[in-house]
Design a protein. Sequence first.
Length: 306
Amino acid sequence: MNEIRIFSPATVANVSCGFDVLGFCLDTIGDEMVVRKTKEKGVSISKIIGSDLPYDIQKNVAGVSALALYDDAKPNFGFDIEIYKHIKPGSGIGSSAASASGSVFAINELLGRPYSKTQLTHFAMKGEAIASGSEHADNIAPTIFGGFTLIKNTSPIKVLQLPTPDELYAIIIHPQIEIKTSLARAILPNSIPLKDAITQWSNLGSLVHALHTNDYDLLGNSLEDVIIEPHRSELIPHFQMVKKEVLNNGALGCGISGSGPSIFSLCKGVKNAKQVKNAINNSYLKTEVSFEIHLSKINTEGIKIL
Ligand code: HSE
């Protein structure tokens, strides 16, 4: 195989109570990438459609992660990358992770799959780090593994795959403003009250239990973030209105997707998901902010070969 085309999905990191460790994978939103072998050694990017991102491989997250893998594999040929961006940078649904994971996934396939998913996560984190200033993997892991993932360690990286209840659907509303992850991290406090930490780890443990036991009510009750959301929600237009609308319409819960501005909601069943999507859509239409809205099943596969 000399060429591969892939779909690299968007993801929701944090999932309210799991800052920097928990994430899940979406199915209907993602980038496409084409990677082909070249005679010349090294990694290049020859096409970027849909976004104004750098072609310099040292400055592009897909390039940096690809180089990390390439320098380790040392093949006697090279790779060229084309990126078709559909996930807007700064949207909070893992735009940089999709690029960083997509390039290493595709190159690994073209090399005959010498690396494990865990190793790919390690390489992709190098790319993610230049976008956000820190090597977190809560978007990368669900892109590569699919479903819900929990980051047990980042150094060395250890990813736990969690079960995905069958009837779970996500709605993503993306107000059309950009929030840089580095800024959304800079506004967070350095220390937190013990009582908030207790609430948060109780919620995270309960959410993991809910995924294992298909307990949708517990899952919904665990979608609470007393540490990060109070700070970051201030940056997101009409966050409280969306939250109210979502809960009034019977969703399991909602929160900030990654570092925002996107807001995710989780629903049991596609019927309720459509109702919640319509409710958010109708109330957001009354505001001055333009937005995109998506409904997606949880993607349990991660990156797909097209
Ligand atoms: N866990 C990260 C954050 C995800 O919330 O800052 C964004 O990349």
